[in-house]
Design a protein around this ligand. Structure first.
Ligand code: HEC
Length: 153
C-alpha cells in the first residue's frame, strides 16, 4: 500500500494521544497566573480590584484588600497625577526603581513630576507590611509581575 496509510496511521495515533492527555483544568498554580495584556494606558474607566485577577499568593491577596480600601481612590481612576493601576506605560519607569524605592515612597510619601503621593496613601493606620503588600499588588497588575514577589520567603 505504499507510505500514505502509514502516515495516516501515525497522524491518527497522534490525534488519539492528544485527546487522551489529561487537561490540567483547575490545577493549583505554583506561581501567579499570567496577567492579561493590558492596554498601556490601563483598563478603560476606573479600575477596582474586582476587575483584576484574584491572586493566590497570600501577600498579594492581602495587598488587594489594602489597595481596594485606601489606594484605589487615586490609583484606580488614575487621578491627581497618580499612575493608574494596569497602566503599564505609567508604571514602567517607576517599576525600574525596584521595590525598596517604591516601598519607601509609598510609606513616607513622595512628590515627583506628576503630583504628590501622600505617606501611606493618607491612611496612618496601615502598617509597613500593609503598604508593602499593596505596592506588590499594584506592581503585579501594572507590568511588574516578575518582581512583585521579590524578597518574600
Ligand atoms: C490621594 C491620592 C493617592 C492615594 C490615596 C495613593 N496614592 Fe500613590 N501616588 C499618588 C500620586 C499623585 C503618585 C505620583 C507621584 C509622582 O510621581 O509625582 C503616586 C505614586 C505612587 C507610587 C509610585 C512611587 C514612585 O516612586 O514612582 C507608589 C508605589 C504608590 N503611589 C503607592 C500607593 C499605595 C500603596 C497607596 C495606598 C496605600 C497609594 N499609593 C495611595 C497618589 C495617591
Amino acid at each position: 500500500m505504499g507510505r500514505f496509510p502509514a502516515v495516516l496511521t501515525i497522524a491518527a495515533m497522534l490525534l488519539l494521544g492528544g485527546a487522551l492527555l489529561p487537561v490540567p483544568a483547575g490545577r493549583v498554580l505554583a506561581s501567579e497566573p499570567e496577567m492579561p495584556p493590558y492596554p498601556e494606558r490601563g483598563l478603560k474607566g476606573p479600575v477596582s480590584a474586582d476587575r483584576l485577577p484574584v491572586p493566590e499568593n497570600p501577600v498579594l491577596l492581602h495587598g488587594r484588600d489594602v489597595w481596594e480600601g485606601t489606594c484605589k481612590v487615586c490609583h484606580g481612576p488614575g487621578i491627581a497625577g497618580a499612575p493608574k493601576i494596569t497602566g503599564t506605560r505609567f508604571w514602567a519607569k517607576r517599576i525600574e526603581q525596584d521595590l525598596p524605592v517604591l516601598f519607601d515612597h509609598a510609606k513616607n510619601g513622595f512628590s515627583g513630576s506628576s503630583g504628590t503621593m501622600p505617606a501611606r496613601g493618607g491612611n496612618a493606620e496601615l502598617s509597613d507590611a500593609d503598604i508593602e503588600a499593596a505596592v506588590r499588588f499594584m506592581v503585579s497588575n501594572s507590568g511588574g509581575q516578575d518582581i512583585a514577589l521579590d524578597g518574600l520567603q
